[in-house]
Design a protein around this ligand. Structure first.
Ligand code: TYD
Length: 160
C-alpha cells in the first residue's frame, strides 16, 4: 500500500499506526484512541480464515458508526464508495489502515490465504445502524444532511 495514497472518497483517510520494528524478534503496532484513531474505541473485532478466494464481505454502509480497518496479516482489497466517487485500496501493511467513516459503502475481497482483518469501531454492535441495501444507500447519500434530520410534518399545532 502506498502510504502517500490520497483517498478521494469522503469520510475516509489513511491511518498510520505507531510501530517498532524489532526483527527477528517481532514488530509492535500501536493504535490509540484520539491519536492514530480519530474516535473513542468501543468495540474491536477481527476476521480470519478467509479460505474462500471468491469471498466478498462488507457490502454495507453505516449511518453513525466510524471504524478503522487494518490488514494485520496478508492482504485484501477494500472497495470504497461514497455515492459519488469509488476507490479501491489494497491493504497489505499492518501499520497503514483506512478510516471507514459514516455513509461509506465498503466491500472487501481478494483475500490472501493468510489474511487477518482487524477493525476498531466507535460503538457497540447495532444492526439498525447498517444500510445493507445499495439502492437505499444511494438514495440517502444523495439526500442533503439537513433534509435527513428534518422532523416529519405533523398535524398543524393548535397551541395558542
Ligand atoms: P457483517 O458486519 O455483515 O460482516 P462483514 O461486513 O465482515 O461482511 O456481520 C456479519 C454478521 O455478524 C452479521 O449477522 C452481524 C454479526 N455481527 C455481530 O453480531 N457483531 C459485530 O460486532 C459484527 C461486526 C457483526
Amino acid at each position: 500500500m502506498n502510504k502517500k495514497l490520497k483517498l478521494r472518497v469522503t469520510n475516509s483517510g489513511l491511518l498510520a499506526l505507531r510501530h517498532f520494528k524489532d526483527l527477528p524478534d517481532g514488530n509492535l503496532f500501536i493504535a490509540e484512541a484520539g491519536r492514530q484513531v480519530p474516535f473513542d474505541i468501543q468495540r474491536v473485532y477481527f476476521i480470519n480464515t478467509l479460505a474462500n478466494p471468491k469471498a466478498i464481505r462488507g457490502k454495507h454502509a453505516h449511518r453513525r458508526l466510524q471504524q478503522a480497518i487494518f490488514c494485520i496479516s496478508g492482504s485484501f482489497s477494500l472497495h470504497l464508495d461514497d455515492g459519488r466517487t469509488r476507490q479501491r485500496v489494497r491493504l497489505n501493511d499492518p501499520s497503514c489502515g483506512v478510516l471507514l467513516g459514516t455513509m461509506l459503502w465498503h466491500t472487501m475481497s481478494s483475500f490472501s490465504y493468510d489474511c487477518v482483518i482487524l477493525v476498531l469501531a466507535s460503538d457497540v454492535f447495532d444492526e439498525t445502524d447498517y444500510i445493507r441495501d445499495y439502492a437505499e444507500f444511494m438514495r440517502l447519500a444523495a439526500t442533503p444532511p439537513a433534509a435527513k434530520s428534518r422532523p416529519l410534518k405533523g398535524p398543524p399545532s393548535r397551541a395558542r
